[in-house]
Write a protein that binds this ligand. Structure first.
Ligand SMILES: *Cc1c(COP(=O)(O)O)cnc(C)c1O
Length: 510
């Protein structure tokens, strides 16, 4: 199994270097040079597997010779043993009409990013230890909340890895701040920056842009473009399929509705389908930051440059562009932009990369690019989409909280559930009992308590007798008492030099 960059200047890379490198040297994203085939009879052979066993089967197809099957199995077992339910990602009925929620938030930080980052942390440690003494990695990342805490819990205590997570001081939710700063492992460094999330991201970019500094500290990234994160997320699409089978649905063809920001989660669904998982449709659900929804309506991928990133109740999906979309665009270009006359597969791959590089260039210089009508038609066959306003987000939370039996949605999941409701006619038109709607649930409601309490309080005020929720009642046991625990966090000026100095200092102390 070899990997190439979407921009075409790098190819023939093995799994290990792709994981440790993250972004390709030409600025592109790594994709497999060829998709592996599922083994014959996988539907029967995999039906009774645990989550970690299923992850092992799928990951083993993508690691080439860089890991043995036993090593993959050990890493997967360890990564998913930290989840608070044996099922890891349970499938739960919602509203009793053939709609389900796939709960991806049972990891240590109660958000779906744990599924990928618990695995990535173990993978980093394994590769660094195998490379031998002196091989270290300094992970530097910026967060508005979710990525940072999932990265910290994925990397805490890992040999050979130091992690520096920058967050905007006073601008992440209290739970998220507590989750990050109460991790006291020596290799974890929280840095509160006197600035905004964009400032934090900017500092990280500047540090990666200093070749000497980058080499000296072996800087590594854990942002959502790392291939291992996509790979780890493929598992739960298969797991949901088998969970439907266990619920007595013969030969299910699920519609997956995915709350989307950087397009990593739904891209994993696209790979699951490309491997051969029966999927009726993948639906992209966005909040007001709707670049993906607008693309599928118009064929133009256009930054909302005037307004910038809009703040919504689902902050983990507040993006200007979706970084992982570039991977899908590569396939779109290869299959629908490169002329059919180009027959040689290697030639088609080169031409696809050239097209992607042009598109990305145009996005950088003009803020947008457009695909051909044929490519747009293909994208619409691959994905449905919908957008959910802030009011619709609150309304969906209130509606399912009041339903019998009640279900408490977090605001990100609520965006997906709203879009699933809007797509009901289309889903019904697919027809048949095999078609079931699965909404991916990306966070526990307690993580975004403010939005959840606001939505349910408004509903309670409108319905006499109804009890509003309070914060304590929605906290999972693991989060009770978190706010009072000891913390460690460095404060730092809003400058790349100041952060670089902090990293130098820590490195000297080790
Ligand atoms: C990161 C995140 C998302 C968006 O996932 P993408 O892979 O970026 O599309 C949605 N919900 C929550 C809670 C998240 O943390």
């Amino acid at each position: 199994m070899k990997y190439r960059s979407t921009r075409g200047q790098v190819s023939g890379q093995g799994f290990e270097s792709v994981v440790l490198e993250g972004l390709a040297g030409d600025g592109g994203l790594y994709i497999p040079e060829q998709l592996p085939a599922l083994p014959d009879g996988w539907q029967e052979a995999w039906a009774g597997l645990s989550f970690a066993e299923l992850a092992t089967e799928i990951m083993a197809l993508f690691v080439g010779d860089d890991l043995t099957r036993a090593e993959v199995a050990e890493l997967a077992a360890r990564s998913y043993s930290t989840f608070d339910t044996r099922e890891v990602t349970p499938l739960v009925p919602l509203g009793g009409d053939g709609t389900y929620v796939l709960e991806l938030f049972h990891g240590p930080t109660f958000a779906f990013k744990d599924v990928a980052l618990q695995f990535l942390g173990n993978l980093f440690e394994f590769f660094l230890q195998r490379r031998g003494a002196g091989h270290r990695l300094t992970v530097v990342g910026a967060t508005s909340g979710d990525t940072g805490s999932a990265a910290i819990y994925g990397l805490r205590g890992k040999a050979g890895v130091s992690v520096f997570i920058l967050h905007p001081r006073g601008r992440v939710s209290p739970i998220q701040e507590a989750q990050m700063t109460t991790v006291l492992d020596a290799n974890v460094h929280n840095v509160a920056i006197d600035g905004t999330f964009d400032d934090c991201q900017d500092i990280v970019k500047q540090l990666f842009g200093r070749p000497d500094f980058k080499r000296r500290h072996a800087l590594g990234a854990i942002n959502s473009i790392n291939w291992a994160r996509i790979l780890a997320q493929i598992t739960y699409y298969f797991y949901a399929y088998f969970a439907l089978v266990r619920r007595g649905i013969a030969a299910p063809r699920p519609v997956f509705v995915v709350p989307s920001g950087n397009f990593g989660d739904v891209l994993a669904g696209h790979y699951a389908r490309a491997l051969g998982l029966p999927v009726a449709r993948l639906a992209i659900a966005t909040n007001a930051n709707d670049i993906l929804d607008r693309f599928l309506r118009s064929g133009s991928y256009a930054k909302n440059a005037d307004a910038g990133v809009l703040a919504t109740p689902s902050p983990a999906m507040d993006i200007l562009v979706s970084s992982n979309f570039e991977r899908y665009l590569w396939y779109l270009a290869r299959d629908h932009e490169v002329p059919p006359a180009v027959a040689d597969p290697a030639e088609r791959a080169r031409a696809a990369s050239a097209t992607v590089a042009q598109w990305m260039d145009r996005l950088r210089t003009h803020g947008s690019f457009a695909v051909s009508p044929a490519a747009l038609a293909a994208a619409r066959r691959d994905f449905w989409s919908g957008r959910c306003s802030d009011d619709q987000t609150y309304a969906a939370i209130a509606k399912y909280h009041a339903a019998r039996p009640p279900y408490l949605l977090d605001p990100h999941t609520a965006v997906g559930v709203h879009v699933a409701e809007a797509l009901r006619p289309e889903i019904a038109a697919l027809g048949g009992p095999a078609v079931q709607t699965v909404c991916l649930s990306t966070a526990h409601p307690a993580k975004f308590a403010e939005a959840v309490l606001k939505a349910t309080a408004a509903a309670a005020a409108a319905a006499p007798g109804a009890q509003p929720l309070d914060f304590e009642s929605i906290l999972p046991p693991a989060l009770v008492g978190l706010l009072g625990k000891p913390r460690r966090c460095a404060e730092c000026a809003n400058s790349a030099d100041a952060v670089a100095q902090l990293i130098e200092q820590q490195a000297a102390d080790h």
